[in-house]
Design a protein around this ligand. Structure first.
Ligand code: SAH
Length: 341
């Protein structure tokens, strides 16, 4: 019999199993709390009887990640973990320190099948989806190792969260559970390369998260060249979905725009971008494109980035430049991968 991934269960689902085992209801809450503290084994649950622990072991498995390697940036203290999963697949995750606390960038898949031309995460395609429990464990494992409490989460590591929709939704519910990590949805950003039907589906949940959309181009001509997904969901459809998302959730959308030297950084591009986003409550996050050795894109110099930002703000747009963290350990946007090379 295949063991059930216990940490991906909601407290109510767990309660059903526990009741069927003939155990008192309150055990479910106790077990749930232990799991979300990041225990590695049922034996660590000190207020659970030996006989129940035995029953749990027969039915369930606790899926956790393990630290395979740890890299610490000498520039800004950013930490990148290479984690191993139960089946020895590898993922990466990054912990960043900000004035307001610690933020973690987690992976949602092993690899990625979106194939954006500038990104390292999709170079080897998709291996598999992460479970909600594995995503949670990315957080608890880092918290334990660094002895900190993480207050903000971005689903911006390897993988496309909306291509792993069901587990991502489970994760969002679990991570914000008051008996779990209890991290408020307002402190969580979910990033997508633009899976239009899934953006609309997510809107129905009305989570107070921030939706980040990886736009990276002001028109179809450029976006078709750089992002494969645009052939399926062109810019107009994507922006239309964003408008619907905003109308449903009332949450301001954040657009990511990686500035690639000579590709999408002209004054005309800034104008097109402002026309495209006109009338939409949003914020533009400018990211100087980070180097990925397998492609030939170039990082723009600082002045070009500032010029592009000024062009946008002069047009009345809300645009800021994202600080690059962890540059010396390949921990920046688009540099995470599922192998240690
Ligand atoms: N699949 C989701 C989540 C990944 S988030 C998404 O596409 O949004 C990672 C972010 O880094 C995305 O905005 C991605 O487009 C961006 N990115 C990828 N490669 C990059 C690079 N070389 N430089 C800067 N940003 C990059």
């Amino acid at each position: 019999m295949e063991l059930i991934d216990i940490k991906s269960l909601s407290q109510n689902e767990l309660l059903e199993y526990i009741t069927k085992m003939g155990e008192p209801k309150f055990k479910a809450k106790q077990i749930f709390k232990w799991l979300h503290k990041g225990v590695e084994s049922f034996d660590e649950m000190t207020d659970i009887s030996k006989s129940l622990i035995q029953k749990l072991k027969e039915k369930f498995v606790i899926l956790n990640v393990k630290i395979n390697k740890k890299f610490v940036s000498k520039i800004d203290g950013t930490v990148k973990y290479l984690y191993s999963l139960n089946d020895n697949d590898l993922i990466e995750c990054v912990v960043m320190k900000y004035l307001h606390g610690y933020s973690i960038c987690i992976s949602t898949q092993v690899g990625c099948r979106m194939g954006c031309s500038f990104c390292a995460s999709g170079l080897f395609g998709l291996t598999r989806n992460l479970t909600a429990s594995e995503m949670l464990s990315e957080i608890t494992t880092a918290q334990k190792d660094l002895n900190i409490r993480i207050s903000n989460i971005v689903l911006m590591g390897m993988g496309e969260p909306l291509d792993n929709f069901e587990n991502t939704v489970k994760f969002l519910k679990l991570v914000s559970d008051e008996n779990g990590l209890n991290i408020g949805l307002r402190h969580i950003s979910v990033s997508t390369c633009g899976l239009v039907p899934k953006i609309l589906e997510l809107a129905e949940y009305n989570f107070p998260i921030t939706l980040s959309v990886s736009l990276h181009a002001p028109n179809n001509e450029i976006r078709n060249r750089t992002m494969k997904i645009n052939h399926k969901y062109p810019v107009e459809e994507l922006i239309d979905a964003c408008k619907k998302y905003f109308n449903k959730t009332n949450r301001r959308i954040s657009f990511e725009y990686a500035i690639i030297d000579g590709v999408n950084d002209s004054k005309e591009n800034a104008k097109e971008l402002s026309r495209l986003l006109h009338g939409l409550m949003c914020h533009i996050n400018l990211i100087p494109a980070n180097p990925v050795k397998e492609n030939s894109y170039k990082t723009p110099n600082r002045q070009k980035v500032l010029n592009f930002q000024k062009a946008l703000t002069d047009l009345g747009m809300n645009a800021t430049v994202r600080r690059t963290l962890g540059a010396d350990i390949s921990a920046s946007c688009g540099q995470l991968r599922n192998r240690n090379k």
